[in-house]
Design a protein around this ligand. Structure first.
Ligand code: MG
Length: 257
């Protein structure tokens, strides 16, 4: 039994430019996730769906923080297995710069994953967070928006190294190049975080189709002012589409009560 109750809402949208939606989302019980697939011939859809299904199944076996970390590893193995079973095709995440670094032509698919789970450890509820790639998890607490995930992208690494500012990174032509993704190889190092939630907190998971169109300030404004989680998710997606909708857009909002 958890102390807190999770009230989720989620939506995914193809955007204005792409011909397929390669994002997938999960909002089930205490587990919430977003995956953003890449790969031509429909492989991006397969990768993100496979990752979400595998993560879900594995987490149900061990609904703890360690279980979430293990579930991300299981999702990676599942996507790698699917990739090996598919014939190689042209990689197409919709843009020529959009690929995982180190990806070779025989890798047919890959996907990001960002996940949040409500777990109870030593009688205390915690939010366990995991991510690989550049899908994100944010926490809105006391009207302050904080990113709990860590992008595995070349540009994010340059920001962390102090070589680029956040502002320079936001419009950077190489911002889509990932340094880690599921389905590329057996060795991944998910970013993990853990926070103690409070009643009234709001968690948001999203794919890069949201934060590449909207500033953090704009996202924060909508999350702070729109009370209903379903309406907030829809309005965020609509706002990203109004700015261009250059990628698939996925938003999951979880209100904690
Ligand atoms: Mg994307």
């Amino acid at each position: 039994m958890h102390t807190y109750e999770m009230n989720p809402a989620g939506t995914t949208d193809i955007g204005n430019v792409r011909s397929v939606n390669e994002d997938h989302l999960l909002a089930d019980g205490d587990l919430f996730a977003v995956a953003d697939g890449m790969g031509g011939l429909g492989h991006g859809q397969v990768a993100s769906r496979t990752a979400i299904q595998s993560l879900h199944q594995a987490f149900l076996d061990d609904p703890t923080t360690d279980g979430l970390a293990a579930a991300v590893q299981a999702a990676n193995r599942a996507v790698c297995e699917r990739a090996e079973a598919e014939p190689a095709g042209p990689t197409d995440r919709g843009g020529s710069t959009d690929q995982a670094a180190g990806q070779t032509t025989d890798r047919t698919m890959g996907t990001t994953i960002a996940a949040v789970a409500l777990v109870t450890e030593d009688g205390v509820d915690r939010l366990a967070v995991a991510n690989v790639g550049d899908s994100r998890v944010y926490l809105l607490h006391n009207q302050q928006l904080r990113c709990l995930s860590s992008d595995h992208s070349r540009v994010a690494e340059l920001v962390r190294a102090g070589e680029l500012t956040e502002e320079e990174a936001s419009g950077h032509p190489e911002r889509h190049i990932l340094t880690q993704a599921l389905g590329i190889g057996p060795d991944i190092e998910p970013h993990m975080a853990s926070v103690e939630p409070s009643a009234g907190d709001r968690v948001m998971l999203c794919s890069d189709g949201l934060f590449n169109e909207l500033t953090t300030g704009e996202i924060s404004e909508l999350l702070t002012t729109i009370v209903d989680p379903s309406e907030a998710a829809d309005r965020l997606v609509a706002a990203a589409n109004e700015r261009g909708g250059n990628d698939n857009i996925t938003v999951v909002i979880v209100d904690i009560a």
